[in-house]
Design a protein around this ligand. Structure first.
Ligand SMILES: C[S@@+](CC[C@H](N)C(=O)[O-])C[C@H]1O[C@@H](n2cnc3c(N)ncnc32)[C@H](O)[C@@H]1O
Length: 308
């Protein structure tokens, strides 16, 4: 099936990488905010894609009046002009609607026909998925019984899991209050976490219980932990600012934990507040991608996508 994916403005590079890690198929067209692919993707997992639609037709905007007629019980037409494309929105709606047989229903249509205009090119799609921030926001740090200001937002946590390509299970060796574990559970993955701080460990269990997440969490030092192998590791490292290091030197903790992570998986997505590619490479990881994500003036997160 040909699918059009439309990304949110802020993280379009990350969004593109998220799609590529879940896509079974090939990319046919790509621009800053759009991607057209031929294949299949479990789009309900996506965290950074705003819209997914099946491509029904594509042509120059001036030829929209000649697209093959379509038939639906009821329909609504929407238009998105990408990067300020100049097409007249009302005219596009009028012309496309004239090619559809069925009742116009703007409230509960059986098909939403969404036209994306990029330059003078139009993609006519049928909506399959629209990202609803609310569905993830219910698990945001402020909505959890045990709050930590350093926990990742659900949208980013979910994107990290997707970047790892995990389909069955993840390990978070520095799981804190459980932000990554919660998203893994919500995607139906088995989640395992390790957390050294006893108070944070209790809080993590409280959060997991509150959201009905059946994850296994260990109150141990990851460096001494004797767990098994996992499909992927997804973790947000302690930065040594507001998260504790328990007397360890940061570089030493990173070097030892990167080496230990290799015992547990051959795929990892690792977040830090600086680029730690060199240290990862020294521990035998191949760093496939590094994505900086600006948080605020004094904090940029770096997402490292690694394999062995
Ligand atoms: C950045 S926080 C993780 C935040 C987490 N993603 C969340 O949702 O709360 C890093 C965590 O690693 C824990 N930590 C530090 N050293 C550790 C170690 N050696 N083994 C296991 N956990 C450790 C800290 O207590 C902290 O909770």
């Amino acid at each position: 099936m040909r699918l059009l994916l439309f990304f949110s403005g802020n993280h379009s590079k990350l969004a593109r990488a998220e799609v590529l890690s879940l896509l079974g198929g090939s990319v046919e067209h790509e621009s800053a905010h759009l991607m057209v692919v031929d294949g299949s993707i479990d789009f309900r997992r996506l965290a950074l894609t705003r819209f997914v639609g099946e491509v029904l037709a594509e042509c120059d905007v001036s030829h929209l009046g000649t697209i093959t007629p379509m038939s639906f019980k009821s329909f609504a037409v929407k238009v998105t002009r990408v990067l300020g494309a100049g097409a007249d929105r009302d005219e596009v709606i009028r012309v496309v609607a004239s090619r559809v047989r069925g009742k116009v229903d703007l409230k509960h249509p059986s098909a939403i026909i969404h036209v994306f205009v990029e330059g003078s090119h139009a993609f006519v799609t049928r909506e399959l998925f629209e990202f609803r921030a609310k569905e993830l926001a219910c698990r945001r740090p402020q909505a959890r019984p045990f709050f930590s200001p350093t926990s990742l937002q659900p949208q980013l946590a979910r994107a990290l899991i997707n970047l790892s390509g995990a389909g069955r299970e993840v390990l978070d060796p520095f799981c804190g209050t459980g932000g990554i574990l919660l998203e893994a559970c919500s995607l139906g993955l088995r989640a395992t976490g390790v957390e050294l701080d006893a108070r944070v460990f209790e809080g993590c269990n409280e959060n997991l219980w509150f959201f009905g997440c059946d994850a296994s969490v260990f109150n141990e030092d990851f460096l001494d932990w004797r767990g098994g192998r996992f499909e992927a590791i997804v973790t947000d490292l302690p930065y040594g600012k507001s998260t504790a290091l328990f007397g360890k030197a940061l570089e030493d903790l990173y070097a030892k934990s990167f080496a230990k992570m290799r015992e547990h998986s051959s795929k990892a997505v690792i977040v830090s507040n600086k680029d730690v590619s060199q240290l990862l490479a020294c521990a035998g990881w191949r760093v496939r991608d590094v994505f900086p994500v600006y948080v605020h003036k004094t904090m940029t997160r770096f997402i490292h996508v690694c394999c062995v």
